[in-house]
Design a protein around this ligand. Structure first.
Ligand code: PEP
Ligand code: MG
Length: 531
């Protein structure tokens, strides 16, 4: 309860004015489409009935925050209950206005904007915060939360931006401090002395010299000394990631995380915008296969404007296909955009978080419906792109022989497969030592998936981070995986490793790894092959 309604009213007015001026500032730089959205937000912010409701709450003795929250809830709830689909969707805008107001009340700007080249230090950064950052100004990320397979880390790796997790760091740095960051070692120097700084700069120069050598080797294929080929592909988050990956020698895109197109913005991209993005990715791959995964929203990838229910366990909740089945309109739009874009290259469509044959069949049915709707509308599209699934839920791995009959390929998502098999949250730094991709339980699941795929004559890839790690890439090659898809910066090293080993030896070692009892034994077994 607030004891001074007058002060609360003033706080609300100041927050509202601060946000209005921030919105006007954004509008000055926005394109037409974004401008229209920002204008609508400004109008909502100044809507007399919303203001009246907040002020009534304050008069009734509530603090400004509570008054804003309940007014926004009521307003958004009312819109969401309407039949008109357009007005219904405006509920998300009202909630967004509410979120901005709450941020302004807390004295924080909503959304992070970089003004000069800098390292961002934050307690936690969600992927939707990260995707909105200006990459040309972002030199590094330091957070207190997150593991190496959290999506913010994955984005940073894709962009080759050093990212380090250091609990307690936000209490030790101030804006304007100088930071030297070593993403490979996970180290950070705060206000370094001249000598230490010089050593870091020397390392940075060596890294860029290595990057030039890597580009020169991009034409080589990943073939073992006894002639076994593995396809090396890249993971991408945005169409612009594809060309640099191809320059590093990627033979295609093994995982395009389409959900990133939905993040760092106020509304979902429509069919035209998605069509343009997928077409751009396909063209950039110049005839090589691009596996576009349908949106994997949920888990650590929440999207505010979709008004998703708050869940106790989002990684076990309404994520990926589960969300798509609940929002058929959203899914249909994406599938139509994909089928249309397919004419511009070699498209493969992949469904995430498949846990049963039922999931796969429902997703395929939605794809058939999308195809039929394009036929009815007379719109050019591809009819039968390759269709595959992510194998990232242990249940899917265990019924792989059945799933293999109904797909063209599998891609094993080890990031999730590890967390679900070992019951270890992939984003919790406190559990980092329990997150073990080389746990024999995980290896046995992967082995079963590879055997099932090959028995059905289908190819199988790995698109989790494990495939880009030295030990992981050799083990997976030995297990018979056909394709490894990874952050582009990992390609050169993995290619060198595969080219310096014998397949017969990798096979033997992988078979032996399956019989071991601990991840440490597996690591000790493979380490001598990592030169
Ligand atoms: C995975 O789970 O391994 C994967 C590649 O998908 P994501 O990291 O986006 O969950
Ligand atoms: Mg996954």
């Amino acid at each position: 309860v607030a004891d001074n309604p007058e002060a609360e009213r003033r706080r609300f007015q100041e927050a509202s004015e601060a946000d209005a001026s921030a919105l006007s500032g954004l509008m000055a730089q926005a394109d037409d489409q974004a401008k229209a959205i920002l204008e609508a937000h400004l109008m909502m912010l100044q809507d007399p009935s919303l203001i009246e409701q907040v002020e009534a709450g304050i008069t009734a003795g509530r603090p400004a925050e509570t008054a804003v929250e309940s007014a926004v809830d009521e307003f958004a709830g009312m819109l969401a209950a309407l039949d008109d689909p357009y007005l219904k969707e405006r509920a998300a805008d009202v909630r967004d206005v509410g979120r901005r107001l709450m941020a302004a009340l807390a004295g924080k700007p909503a959304g992070l904007r970089l003004e000069r080249p800098c390292i961002v230090v934050a307690h936690e950064l969600g992927p939707s915060d990260t995707i909105g950052l200006d990459r040309s100004l972002l030199l590094g990320l330091v957070t207190e939360q997150g593991g190496p397979t959290s999506h913010t880390s994955i984005l940073a790796r894709t962009w080759a931006i050093p990212a380090v997790v250091l609990p307690g760091i936000t209490g030790r740095v101030a804006s304007g401090d100088m930071i030297a960051l070593d993403g490979d070692a996970g180290n950070l120097l705060l206000n370094p002395a001249a000598e230490a700084l010089a050593a870091y700069e020397q390392r940075a120069r060596q890294a860029s010299a290595q990057a030039e050598r890597d580009l020169a080797e991009a034409e080589l294929v990943a073939e073992t000394t006894d002639g076994h080929r593995v396809e090396l592909a890249a993971n991408a988050g945005r169409p612009g990631d594809v060309a640099p990956a191809m320059a590093l020698g990627a033979e295609g895109v093994g995982l395009f995380r389409s959900e990133f197109l939905f993040m760092g913005r106020q509304t979902a991209p429509d069919e035209e915008e998605q069509y343009a993005a997928y077409s751009e990715a396909l063209k950039a791959a110049a005839g090589h296969r691009v596996v576009i995964r349908t949106m994997d929203i949920g888990g650590d990838k929440a999207v505010d404007y979709l008004n998703m229910e708050k869940e106790e366990n989002p990684f076990l909740g309404v994520r990926a296909l589960r969300l798509c089945f609940r929002r058929p309109g959203l899914f249909r739009t994406q599938l139509r955009a994909l089928l249309r874009a397919g004419v511009h290259g070699k498209l493969a469509i992949m469904f995430p978080m498949v846990g049963s044959l039922g999931d796969l069949r429902s997703a395929r049915r939605e794809l058939d419906d999308a195809r039929r709707s394009l036929e009815t509308d007379g719109i050019t599209h591809v009819s039968h792109p390759e269709v595959g699934i992510m194998v990232e839920i242990p249940a899917a791995a265990l019924i792989a022989p059945h799933l293999a009959q109904e797909v063209d390929f599998f891609s094993i998502g080890t990031n999730d497969l590890v967390q679900y098999t070992l019951a270890v949250d992939r984003g919790n730094p406190d559990l980092a030592d329990l997150y073990q991709p080389y746990h024999p339980a995980v290896l046995r699941l992967i082995d079963q998936v590879v055997i099932a795929a090959h028995a059905a004559g289908k190819w199988v890839g790995v698109c989790g981070e494990m495939g880009g790690q030295p030990i992981g890439s050799l083990l997976l090659t030995g297990l018979g995986v056909d394709e490894l898809s990874m952050s582009p910066s990992r390609l050169p090293k993995v290619r060198r490793l595969i080219r310096s080993n014998r397949f017969a030896e990798l096979e033997r070692i992988a078979r032996e790894a399956l019989t071991l009892g601990t991840p440490d034994y597996v690591t000790q077994l493979v380490e001598p092959l990592v030169k």
